[in-house]
Design a protein around this ligand. Sequence first.
Ligand SMILES: O=C(O)CCC(=O)C(=O)O
Ligand SMILES: [Fe+2]
Length: 342
Amino acid sequence: MIKSKIVEDKLDTLVSRYAVPIIDLAHCGKSVINRVGQQLDKALSEKGIALLVNHGIPDEKIKAAWDQFDYFLDLPAEVRDRYSRKDGTNYGYVSPGMERFDGKTPELRHTYNICKLDDKNIPREAETLPDFAEEITTLANDFTALSTFILKALEVALETPPKCFLDKHSEMLSGDDVNMTTLRMIYYPAIVDDEPGQSEGAVRCGAHVDYGTFTLLAQDSEGGLEVQLPGGDKWERVGHLPGSILINGGELLSIWTRERYHAVPHRVVVPERAKIRTRGRHSIAYFCHPDNSTMISPRDILANQTESAEESTDEKIYSAYELIQKKFSDTYGPSSQESNES
Ligand SMILES: O=C(O)CCC(=O)C(=O)O
Ligand SMILES: [Fe+2]
């Protein structure tokens, strides 16, 4: 169960310095979408991140999903292993140490990716996990609804032709063979310093940018998430605003908008304070991706903007699928078949 956590309120964070834009989604009617679109445009072009409040996803649902993941992690290893992510697919369970962002440093976290709301993606253990499928499905649907709203707001922000973005994201959570959208549950275990492999050099999540259109991230109050804001190379703690969901732009969106929107590098560090280090951390991410076949062409979505002659002739257009494959081979080497988000 999630116990009450002590908020890292004394640390210098982007939240404590009011240095991260906060976007209020309350009363998301037709007129509100214009305001949200403008705020998102400013946030993603200046900072690459924002915190969404009044987003409509109840805290209880997020906490229930974390509880369900805890129950999953309590299952015997041989049961968990039945749900392990297989090479060439993006869904399933990954145990600590299996993911290596820089090719060598193991990551101290458990993750579970869901790309479709079906029995292949979602564990159904009637005895031990009776509520898992229901709790995760309802939360995933909420994240899809929130993403749909954000996509509409981005259409306003970018002045795209109507439904331009929505139509290109029509298969969210329909399976990684058609769309790479993923709900990822994450648990970072407590760090016990005298256990081998858990102290020096270990990372909770290595520095990276997310690949897709954008990511929605709910995190508990344990802290550790850091970002490099545009134009700087300093790592800054994000901090915790209770009830908020962080949005960060992904690399595809950055390519799509000719870098008008940033994909900010981020990571999760082992907290420097010993008392916090010895507690686990939960987060949940929804990676919103376009359909795999979508051509990521800036000309389609920046229709109202003038482009230089150089931009229109030199630009080679790839599909979302091709760009992700290219990213894997740049990250893991050309032989890698690893299918891995973020
Ligand atoms: O756990 C977090 O707060 C961030 C996780 C993340 O960035 C990722 O999985 O891509
Ligand atoms: Fe990420």
